[in-house]
Design a protein around this ligand. Structure first.
Ligand code: SAH
Ligand code: AVI
Length: 340
């Protein structure tokens, strides 16, 4: 007869669920959307800052863009990260604090974290709070040993990181991660100013990994920013929906159209919203007049050559330790080290 013994049961408490810290609010977390909208719409020419794209709906639309056939940057950058993960880990060293600017859904982050040796802390920084927290919660669950310390705010207004009380044992360097070519959404002088502030935030021996979209056939660029499915158009027009809700505006979306234009002289794709009629739109108690054909400039997306971006990085206090591209040279990943 088979005997079974019943081992004494020891009830061990389940391990505490890995969860991100509560988000730290930084400058820009409580933006006055009506004031920002009025400033842009009373300027000549009319413009709106691209960070306004990223309310909850805009963040979801951006995530759909990243999966579009025409939008090559996300999958190309992921491939480069996958290929170079070991090189990145060697350069970064052990016990890294990974600081991501504009972390969004933190998808590519996982490629970096999985390669790094004993990463200690992950600091996602984003203006889109709920989207960032959803991503941070999933990431913390999948990396139980990692401290996840989200920061909600505008990375263009930040000069320090809330890491003074970093967990004991985080002796590794800070590695900044700025993927997606979000740096291309800044004017070159703004990018230089950002790079200088990033050097302060990351500390004396901090490193910075930046994804940069490359110059290419304008037809390919236009297709990426005016996709046949109309997701980028919905992303652009969602700005008006956001202003209707958050800036007491009454934009009619059928009276505006998405436009994507290649500006060879500036090396950038511009996104605009074109007024399809002469009209007056109420925004925060003011009547804003639009002529037919007039546009609101909503985004710049600068494209660089590897050498051109290396020059920009040098102006920002960094030198390129490595620059990796894909076989088609669509996208580039720059590993930057401080220039001191
Ligand atoms: N890093 C992700 C997402 C890129 S989309 C990727 O590579 O796919 C740009 C991200 O930056 C969005 O999540 C947006 O909310 C955030 N963002 C844009 N401007 C910002 C700003 N000024 N400060 C903080 N986050 C910003
Ligand atoms: C976030 N950023 C780098 C994207 C880009 O390609 O400039 C935003 C975007 N705009 C339209 N499509 C995607």
């Amino acid at each position: 007869m088979r005997q079974t013994t019943t081992a004494p049961r020891v009830d061990t408490p389940p391990p505490a669920a890995a969860a991100p810290d509560r988000p730290t609010a930084a400058d820009g977390a409580g933006d006055d959307i009506a004031a920002i909208a009025l400033a842009g719409l009373t300027a000549t020419p009319k413009c709106l800052p691209p960070r306004l794209f990223y309310d909850a709906a805009g963040s979801r639309l951006f995530d759909r863009i990243t999966g579009l056939a025409a939008y090559y940057p996300t999958r190309t950058e992921s491939r480069i990260l996958h290929m170079q993960a070991a090189e990145i880990a060697t350069r970064a060293g052990r016990g890294t604090t990974l600081v991501e600017f504009g972390s969004g859904a933190s998808v590519k982050t996982r490629l970096v974290l999985d390669a790094l040796r004993d990463p200690a802390v992950y600091v996602p920084i984003d203006i889109s709070a709920d989207h960032m927290m959803t991503a941070s919660t999933a990431l913390a669950r999948d990396h139980p040993g990692l401290t996840v310390r989200p920061v909600h705010g505008d990375f263009m207004q930040m000069t320090t990181l809330p890491l003074d009380d970093a967990p004991a044992g985080t002796a590794g360097r800070r590695l900044g991660f700025f993927p997606g070519s979000t740096i291309g959404n800044l004017l070159p002088d703004e990018a230089v100013a950002f790079l200088r502030r990033a050097a302060c935030m990351l500390g004396h021996d901090g490193h910075l990994l930046v994804g940069v979209d490359l110059e290419k056939d304008p037809a390919r660029l236009i297709a990426a920013y005016d996709d046949p499915e109309g997701v980028t158009a919905a992303f652009n027009l969602n700005l008006l929906t956001r202003l209707n809700r958050e800036a007491a505006a009454d934009f009619r979306l059928d009276r505006f159209a998405h436009r994507a234009i290649w500006r060879a002289d500036a090396g950038r794709i511009e996104m605009h919203l074109e007024s399809l009629a002469d009209q007056i739109v109420q925004v925060a108690g003011r009547g804003i007049r639009f002529r037919k054909g007039e546009t609101i400039h909503t985004e710049n997306s600068h494209k660089y050559t590897p050498a051109g971006f290396a020059r920009l990085a040098r102006r920002g206090g960094w030198r390129t330790d490595a620059c990796w591209t894909d076989p088609e040279r669509l996208f580039s990943l720059h590993y930057l080290i401080q220039n001191h």
